[in-house]
Design a protein around this ligand. Structure first.
Ligand code: ZN
Length: 136
């Protein structure tokens, strides 16, 4: 089952989407399987990281800025090559196991839509697949 979500993003941030992803899993009725969260954009991505201390996201944004600064040598006419580099580094998708009808995330893990070139209206897809029951 595939579910489509849209969100309004700020200029640059990690937007929490765990609730929407868990909602897709619940609506699908799948109790054991996997969940693919995919971002169909080239200057945004999907990641899993800490959802407890908001300073972690703030520090990650600083780290990505340091790793991928805007450079005068960039040639891409749109002028957002740093955002393309950040999106490519973070990746377009995550795959999460589903156990007992819930995302099998660690205690401190949350799913984030990572915006690097907003504000924009963005889309992400959640595909829920059944299977992978635990073997005795
Ligand atoms: Zn571009």
């Amino acid at each position: 089952m595939k579910y489509t979500y849209s969100l309004q993003t700020p200029s640059e941030d990690f937007c929490p989407i765990t609730a929407q992803v868990q909602g897709a899993v619940a609506e699908s009725g799948v109790t054991e399987g996997v969940c693919l969260v995919y971002c169909p954009h080239t200057t945004a991505g999907i990641t899993i990281n800490e959802n407890a201390d908001p300073d972690v996201v703030r520090d990650l944004l600083l780290a990505y800025d340091a790793a991928f600064p805007d450079r005068p040598a960039f040639r891409h006419i749109e002028g957002n090559s740093a955002a393309h580099a950040k999106a490519s580094a973070i990746g377009s998708s995550v795959m999460i196991p589903i156990q007992h009808g819930r995302l099998a995330l660690g205690t401190w893990q949350g799913v984030y839509f990572c915006e690097f070139d907003g504000p924009r209206t963005r889309t992400f897809w959640v595909t829920v697949l059944a299977g992978g029951e635990e073997m005795a």
